[in-house]
Design a protein around this ligand. Structure first.
Ligand code: ZN
Length: 101
């Protein structure tokens, strides 16, 4: 069980670094090829720039959705922990109620 958590944590870290590398590569590609000598219609650089811009937008949307999901998971976990901790303050064992009489 602990090994699975460790593997999932490493995979998540690897995926996040991969996404970061991809976004930085796409942004640097767009920045370096922004002022190119355009050959007109059917320019391969313009085509690559459109693809890079589209991928950047998709990666940004994915990152925003991931950030919202992580925030919701952490928030729900915090709320449930607080709820169950407050619920456990009044159980029979902690209140030392005898059930045998
Ligand atoms: Zn061009």
């Amino acid at each position: 069980m602990y090994q699975n958590k460790k593997i999932v944590r490493h995979l998540a870290l690897l995926l996040s670094f991969g996404m970061l590398f991809l976004m930085l590569y796409l942004v640097s590609f767009e920045a370096t090829h922004e002022l190119h000598e355009c050959s007109g219609q059917d320019c391969p650089v313009c085509h690559e720039l459109q693809i890079a811009e589209q991928l950047t937008r998709q990666c940004s949307a994915f990152a925003a959705a991931s950030a919202c999901s992580i925030f919701m998971v952490v928030y729900i976990k915090q709320i449930s922990t607080t709820f169950f901790c407050s619920f456990q303050e009044h159980n029979l064992i902690l209140d030392k109620v005898r059930m045998d009489d």
